[in-house]
Design a protein around this ligand. Structure first.
Ligand code: ATP
Ligand code: MG
Length: 257
């Protein structure tokens, strides 16, 4: 498998605190990787390093073999799309204008050609945001705005998709459709990494899961191998009952004790 994205022995220290330690992974075409871990485990930091937005203290992130920090922002944006966890919109922009930002690295800042327009329209439809394409972003509900940002992510049509909590704030039906969509993007040959707190959804739709615990990769593999009662107890402080029913992991969580 050729890695579209690779992280090699990444460490991040901020003010002396170890946020990430010795994190390595290769993400290839066709993979939908669920990055899970408790609050503060380092998921967003790892994704920011992978996106080339944060320089690691040691280690290197490569995109298509090139060190991420050496790529210009447009070069990076043509290879990967990035959905940050914080998504405030400070300007009076319509949903469609926000989604069109996903085409800027392809030249749409100067002119929007037919391919840009088609990519924006398709992304709005895929993310379930077409109905409010012409609304100003600040008038949208939290979940509607989340789907607009997701459409912006898809509009770039990049080989690598990095999404920090793409289903947070979505209702159950939209959580399912977005996870299905991200899996379909991986099945098309893209490489998708998403930070997720929804363990059952991650186990169902991801091809691979990585568990981050206190800045270190605690487990990396197929969901059925990684999501175990012992890991969930040690990493998430929960009691888990897990069954495999028709190839789908059923996960029931209870507090410890
Ligand atoms: N700039 C910073 N200065 C100080 N501490 C930071 C900084 N950025 C991140 N941290 C700390 O690093 C740790 C990891 O943060 P990160 O945002 O990567 O966690 P996360 O796994 O994404 O958590 P969540 O599930 O809550 O989003 C946290 O303890 C956070 O407080
Ligand atoms: Mg985070």
């Amino acid at each position: 498998m050729t890695a579209l994205l690779s992280l090699e022995n990444i460490a991040c220290r901020i003010d002396g605190a170890a946020i990430l330690e010795d994190a390595s992974l290769n993400a290839g075409a066709g993979e939908f990787i669920g990055l899970v871990g408790p609050n503060g485990a380092g998921k967003s930091t790892l994704l920011r390093v992978a996106a080339g937005l944060q320089k690691p203290t040691t280690g290197v992130c490569r995109i298509d073999g090139a060190p991420a920090m050496t790529l210009s922002p447009p070069e990076r944006a043509r290879r990967l799309s990035w959905l940050p966890q914080a998504r405030e919109v400070a300007w009076a922009m319509t949903a469609r204008e926000i989604v069109a930002l996903g085409r800027f690295a392809w030249g749409a800042a100067q002119r929007e050609n037919a391919e840009d327009a088609a990519a924006v329209t398709q992304a709005l439809q895929e993310a379930g945001a077409a109905a409010f394409a012409d609304r100003l972003a600040h008038t949208l509900s939290g979940g509607e705005l989340a789907r607009v940002h997701l459409a912006r992510l898809l509009a770039g049509r990049t080989p690598i998709i990095l999404a920090d909590e793409p289903v947070a704030a979505l209702d159950p039906a939209h959580q399912l459709s977005v996870m299905k969509l991200l899996r379909a993007k991986a099945d098309e040959g893209r490489s998708v990494i998403a930070a997720l707190h929804e363990l059952p959804l991650a186990a169902r739709y991801c091809t691979r899961m990585i568990i981050l615990h206190k800045g270190r990769i605690a487990a990396d593999g197929a969901p059925a191998d990684v999501v175990t009662p012992a890991v969930l107890r040690d990493v998430f402080d929960v009691n888990a009952n897990i069954d495999l029913v028709s190839d789908v992991l059923r996960i029931h969580l209870d507090p410890l004790g």
